[in-house]
Design a protein around this ligand. Sequence first.
Ligand code: SF4
Length: 323
Amino acid sequence: MDCKNTIIDFCNSIGIDTLGFIRCRVFEELRPYLLERKLDKLENEFEEKDVEKRVNPFLYMKEGKTIISIAFPYSYDDIISSEEGFSKYTWGSDYHKVVSKYLEQICNFINSIGGRAIYFVDNNALPERYIAKLSGIGFIGKNNMLITQKYGSYVFLGEIITDLYFEEDKALENGCGDCNICAKQCPTKAVSSSHSNICLSYITQKKHIEDFWFSKLNGRLFGCDSCQRLCPYNESVIKSNINLFKPNDYMINPNLLELVYIDNKNFNAKYKLTSCGWRGKAILQRNALIYLMSKKVENIDFRKINSPYVMDYYNRLLNYFKL
Ligand code: SF4
């Protein structure tokens, strides 16, 4: 059965217009690279260590025939993120929840036409950008982001594996050409070195960071948009039609002292609901503290810091910045 247009029409009816289809298969071509990365001990703390889980979609659905890759735009208005603060993708509601709701609807639709389907949004180890590229919804830029024609790189990705067979789409050509803006903008040269473990977005999310990162974060609270902000493909993107991605004011203009002292109740009512909430309160408190102490802000009351983990960073920062 090839009812691809039925799926596309259904997605369009719920406001989703960027999706592509590929054959469900083992991505053998990625195995050597992933094994080499493992041998060189380059895997970071968020990476799945079992290479099989990263290349084999049949581990998730034995009868899988097709993988559908879907992009969800999140740039909701014209505000351009700065170097400081939260990355643009975290400003609205938690994408894990928002995207799951859409994918669930699509899976239910596939069920209604007689297929089985399961969905993923960051909760499996398959190579989502690579799958998106193969399915033709964008190309992978030099900054390693998936870049779509309509929404630039400001998209979240979700995947569906189904036991229905659909005709495969074609991958797009890489569109970077001679452009090198992202490599020049990258503060740690992670883009040009292809060394993802020095990407500042990763550093802001790591549980333990070495002291020398304190002066390099430069006000970043979670994530880093340096390789995206000036990408020509992000210049005049179509805005997201997903209202839940409307930015929260407290994410665009964070109150840093409030964040350093924040208790569970306030964290759960605000930051926990955003796309960086999964990482927990202490990481955001720590990053806000690094921001303030790197700028030599003096009115920090250490007695209000409610976490031994954050207090440890406070002492290290005192020493590092000679405060
Ligand atoms: Fe490609 Fe230029 Fe965008 Fe980098 S900034 S991803 S090189 S188009």
